[in-house]
Ligand binder design. Structure first.
Ligand code: NAD
Length: 494
């Protein structure tokens, strides 16, 4: 079975056809028990298609295909130059089909087409190409221990990697794992999120078209507690790279420990701080801070959901920031002027509205927003709370929606304390003209990244990942290679 859709907007006119089976060993197949998942358009709330949903048996078939491919047609069998060539070809094919993939992502994940194209897909193409470049450069070292002895290290692939990703940037977050995993010689079973499987399935066709051997790349959509759990439990999976909530991350770590001690990378939730000092370029800080929390309706792991503003500019900031929040335009994701899409699902809609209600109940001041808009789709207004207290749920917990809390601070020391008062540690951003202050704060924050005078926008050449309960291991940059390889030391006695 396949899903065909005709797009008819000025931004993209064309049709797409996505095979809706499981992609195992180079072929699309039905799930063994015939189970399916409904796929919704979050802009309308309507079911647009169904895809096959993998069971534990399907996951096992995919893992066995990946294990065989690792031994026979990838892994150490294929030189780095060849992996580089094939991954570069894949990046070219994604680029060639960028409009279709952006349109599919807009439809499935509910993001404005232009954002999908200029943010998500730029990062997808860039990261696959970046890691293609590493495929023949990830060498070990030679160590001379004594005159008669030396050793060398090899960066060997782990084997079969289970990649489990969420729905907020479906193809982009998958590509951050696919790139380093394949470049270093591993094979893959990818499990997309329940609600956003379409671009992963379309990618599978491009992987085959690029000439990457069957079994190297498999896709098994399915329910997290079934297909995701089976992948995490599987004894032939050597590594699970997971992006998602801290709750499920904890489960994955437990399962990995109980089964075969598989390696794990956990990219988890966040409650990141945006810190704006009195001397910041206010216009730029407002622009970035608004983008940092309201783009993609706040469904961004590194969103600046806690905004700390120094007292000298606090009133002015809040006033202008309210205007910035109200200027977001919701509507048809294929309209070039629309820059805020819906939340991804009914579940997320209810979750975000419940947090807004809890903010009001706990006595925070609702400055703007706070409501669902329209009756179809899952749209929520950009929402700002002030007068918040550190113990409130809207300050402590990840909302994953377009909801910002603003906190007034006096001194640098005070804001470092406040910003670090969270179990999370994913990202942070700092706005000031004072470089000394910016660097002092960047070095004092308990976060995996600090961005100075910009919002959190990862670059595929730079390590990305959290500290504290935002997880561990890196997805991007040279450091990601370590997450997908194991070092073997070979000692020689001359
Ligand atoms: P989630 O944890 O509910 O699901 C993530 C993935 O895990 C999905 O594919 C899901 O099917 C799967 N899953 C669910 N239960 C499982 C289980 N028992 N075993 C194995 N897999 C299972 O998260 P979500 O709601 O899809 O995504 C939102 C969360 O992701 C937020 O907390 C957000 O901060 C986080 N996130 C983090 C990053 C990052 O890089 N740190 C990036 C994006 C999103």
């Amino acid at each position: 079975p396949a899903f065909t859709h005709q797009f008819n907007s000025d931004l993209f006119k064309g049709s797409t056809t996505v095979n809706t089976g499981l992609f195992i060993n180079g072929k699309f197949v039905d799930s063994v028990d015939g189970a399916t998942l409904d796929v919704y358009d979050p802009s309308t709330g309507k079911v647009i298609t169904k895809v096959a949903a993998g069971s534990a048996k399907d996951v096992d078939l995919a893992v066995q295909a990946a294990k065989t491919a690792f031994k026979n047609s990838w892994g150490l069998k294929v030189p780095g130059q060849e992996r580089c060539r094939l991954l570069s070809k894949l990046a070219d094919l994604i680029e060639k089909n960028v409009d279709e993939l952006s349109a599919l992502e807009a439809l499935d994940a509910g993001k404005p087409f232009l954002q999908a194209k200029t943010m998500d897909m730029v990062s997808v193409i860039g990261s696959i190409r970046y890691f293609a470049g590493w495929a023949d450069k990830n060498s070990g070292k030679t160590i001379e221990t004594t005159e008669a002895k030396f050793a060398y290290t090899r960066h060997e692939p782990i084997g079969v990697c289970g990649l489990i990703v969420p729905w907020n940037f479906p193809l982009m977050l998958a590509s951050w794992k696919i790139g380093p995993a394949l470049a270093t010689g591993n094979t893959i079973v990818l499990k997309p999120a329940e609600v956003t499987p379409l671009t992963a399935l379309r990618l599978a066709e491009l992987v085959a078209e690029a000439g990457i051997p069957a079994g190297v790349f498999n896709v098994v959509p399915g329910v997290g507690s079934v297909a995701g759990q089976a992948l995490t439990e599987h004894k032939d999976v050597g590594k699970v790279s997971f992006t998602g909530s801290t709750l499920i991350g904890r489960k994955i770590m437990e399962t990995a420990a109980k089964t075969n001690l598989k390696r794990i990378t956990l990219e988890l939730g966040g409650k990141s701080a945006g810190i704006i000092f009195d001397d910041a370029d206010l216009e730029q800080a407002i622009k970035w801070a608004a983008g940092g929390i309201f783009v993609h309706s706040g469904q961004v792991c590194a969103a600046s959901s806690r905004i700390f503003v120094q007292e000298g500019i606090y009133d002015k900031f809040v006033e202008i920031f309210k205007g910035a929040a109200q200027s977001f335009k919701r509507g048809d994701n294929f309209d070039a002027s629309v820059n805020q899409g819906p939340l991804v699902s009914q579940t997320q809609l209810e979750r975000v509205l419940a947090y807004i209600e809890s903010g009001k109940q706990e006595g925070a001041k609702l400055e703007v927003g706070g409501a669902r808009t329209g009756s179809a789709g899952y749209f929520v207004e950009p929402t700002i709370f002030t007068n918040v207290k550190p113990e409130m749920k809207i300050v402590r917990e990840e909302i994953f929606g377009p909801v910002a809390v603003i906190v007034k601070f006096k001194t640098e020391e005070e804001v470092i304390e406040l910003a670090n008062d969270t179990v999370y540690g994913l990202s942070s951003s700092i706005f000031t003209q004072n470089l000394n202050c910016a660097l002092r704060v960047a070095h004092s924050l308990e976060a995996g990244s600090a961005y100075i005078n910009q919002a959190s926008i990862p670059d595929f050449a730079v390590a990305f990942g959290g500290v504290k309960q935002s997880g561990f291991g890196k997805d991007l940059g040279e450091y990601a290679l370590e997450s997908y390889t194991q070092v073997k030391a070979v000692h020689i006695n001359l």
